[in-house]
Design a protein around this ligand. Sequence first.
Ligand code: SAM
Length: 407
Amino acid sequence: MPRQPQQTSVAPAVPVAQNPLAGLRVEGVDPAPVLADDERGVWLYRGNSLAALDAIAERYPDGNFDMIFADPPYFLSNGGITCHAGRMVKVDKGGWDKSRGPELNHEFNTEWLKRCQRVLRPNGTIWVTGTSHVIFSVGYAMQQLGFKILNDIAWEKPNPPPNLSCRYFTHSTETVLWAAKNEASKHFFNYDLMRQKNGGKQMKTVWRIFSPLRAEKALGKHPTQKPLALLELCLLAASRVGDLILDPFMGAGTTGVASVMNRRRFVGIELDEEHAKLAAARIRSYQVSLDLFVVSDAKRGETDMRIQSNSLREWLLDNKYNDVAELIDEVAAEWAADGKKTRRNWWDILAGDNKGMPRIVDGRKFPVLRAARIRKGLSATKSCLCRNPHEVVPPAVEQQRWMKRAR
Ligand SMILES: C[S@@+](CC[C@H](N)C(=O)[O-])C[C@H]1O[C@@H](n2cnc3c(N)ncnc32)[C@H](O)[C@@H]1O
């Protein structure tokens, strides 16, 4: 079923926030944050999240976070093999990911979940990702601790690495558990937005999302980085603008990036110094690019900031694509399945019609890109989408085959 493009959104300002670890001395946690942005409400710490959460729970006995996203160690770096970039490699994500046996792994899961439950606000919710190596223990610990499990999402990866042994199905899903603090919680679910994002139908518990794009790893690599699209969906489903989000296993800071992009406040804790620095660099860089899309509403004399409505990023977000190429791939794959030719000049489609209106291909409305219009020598219309207001478009490089055609 084709996904129909949605309207872009305008985000209100983020309220003033407080750093929950400010002034606290916690053993195992560096006293100085790796990144502290009081204005936006972003605080990253290097250290052990269990110790940090104990300190936060003591300071806020009634809970402090509206939503938690936890991507804990999966305990799968145990000498197995996998396929990476076409090569056979050992599964070794790092010492933190080694299994210590089912009992100790379960004890660890129970300990960090217990702390997360304490620091959640009464109506707050938690998301936890995992494969079979960890997710059954997480689910059992949640039941033991009295969380209320709301959904188990199957995150389907359309491009999984092949199974080299040919003795199993290709692993292509992870589970994402969504749970409320306890049975009494009145959790928040952005039902309307989720339905809107799903073309007007109730969203199901199977989410098809690509692994992180290359651009998401531009500043450095983390072995188990999650896609930004996954985090944005969780955040938009279960939190509001200005909410305070926690990630106790921050890694490369994907939850922080999604929070900043969607005007939530964020606290991240990460054991490894290099990962924590990478998270800080990513969040800073997204803040810079976000600023390109943000304009102050000077006409109304207001100081709040609004997201520029004709940004390509907003369109991608609203339409659940990581990239416009995914939309093209979707249509081309259907044509290929029907035995139709798939070659086509997509720039023509993306340039829109002469008036700059979107073109519709097999029931799907394609966005009009400013880059495509400029590339085709057409004037940029008001509603065409751009990566940033100062987007520079490289000229089309002449191809040999065009010359042949001209002869
Ligand atoms: C699965 S990765 C998270 C990846 C992250 N979601 C992302 O998108 O980049 C888990 C991370 O937890 C960190 N970690 C493990 N034990 C920790 C602990 N006790 N406290 C804080 N961080 C921890 C590891 O160093 C690792 O970077």
